[in-house]
Design a protein around this ligand. Structure first.
Ligand code: MF3
Ligand code: CO
Ligand code: CO
Length: 288
């Protein structure tokens, strides 16, 4: 069921939505077709940043917990259950659950899936990779992070892709400084990825996050200058979440309208942090 004869992923069966106790506050978009228009900007007070850090830590710990369960034989639906329960135990709402109709509490993106893979009955196999993307909503603030995990042992080419994608995020974070345009982030990421001939996904980007899941601020992962010239300011909060591929940066969408796959079905990895711009650079808000 999980793969066709060419070894490509095929859609699995998606189970029912998991319940969230009524004591846990929902984001405003749950039960609606989409979020309300957001106009409150991307700047936060130190008190608000502490709350985003709290949500971010819960998301990061949930990803750690899910990562410990990644092994050959586990289904992505089982991973979703682990992430869901962890968030609820920590009084956080899984931001993806009911976001524009998304049906699950985590995104699980396997092999050629660029992002937004829906947990289902797909069984992970030795040599696969899986990205776990979790956003936690608590006290009115979202914290958004993801990591790619190797299932068992992968080929050297794939292990290197995963390590270098993690490093590309670190380089993007190091490019953050007040007074610079946000397009310096993608320049740092793309120039590093290009050394290895990797594809750099352009159409899915980092974003402002905090009061809203996606604020409207866009952070490209390629060198988009002179476009995307928003100037970074102390207290600005956004994600950086590069997706690198062993082939093309182009993509196809599955019929579920969520799952994004590389057009050439090449393997792709991603890492994400939520950061705040500080006087000295950036502080990561999604550390465990
Ligand atoms: N967490 C993802 C991001 O990094 C967004 C997932 S939206 C979903 O922006 F609806 F696909 F879950
Ligand atoms: Co995310
Ligand atoms: Co994000």
């Amino acid at each position: 069921m999980p793969k066709d004869s060419a070894g490509h992923l095929v859609p699995g069966r998606v189970s029912a939505m998991r319940p969230v106790p009524s004591r846990i506050r929902r984001p405003e978009y749950v039960g609606k077709p989409g979020p309300a228009p957001y106009t409150a900007g991307d700047l936060y007070t130190p008190e608000e940043i502490a709350l985003i850090r709290e949500s971010g830590r819960i998301a990061a710990r949930a990803i750690e917990r899910v990562g410990e369960a990644v092994r050959p034989g586990v289904t992505t639906e089982e991973l979703d259950a682990i992430g869901h329960e962890f968030l609820i135990e920590h009084d956080a709402y899984p931001s993806t659950l009911g976001y524009r109709g998304y049906p699950k509490s985590i995104c699980s993106s396997v092999n050629e899936v660029v992002c937004h893979g829906i947990p289902d009955d797909t069984v992970l196999e030795d040599g696969d990779i899986v990205n776990i993307d979790i956003t936690a909503y608590k006290n009115g603030y979202h914290g958004d992070s993801n990591q790619t995990f190797v299932v068992g042992k992968a080929s050297e080419e794939v292990e290197l892709l995963v390590d270098r994608t993690r490093e590309s995020l670190n380089r993007g974070i190091k490019a953050v400084a007040p007074g610079r345009q946000v397009n310096v982030i993608g320049r740092a990421i793309e120039s590093y990825a290009k050394r290895f001939g990797y594809g750099v996904v352009r159409d899915f980007t980092g974003h402002g996050v905090g009061r809203a899941f996606h604020s409207g601020l866009i952070i490209p992962h390629y060198d988009a200058a002179p476009q995307y010239d928003d100037v970074m300011e102390v207290g600005m909060v956004f994600t950086i979440e590069p997706m690198l591929t062993l082939g093309t940066h182009e993509w196809d969408m599955w019929a579920d309208d969520w799952t994004v796959v590389t057009r050439d079905r090449s393997i792709t990895a991603q890492f994400e942090h939520t950061i705040v711009v500080t006087e000295r650079g950036a502080e990561i808000l999604t550390l465990p």
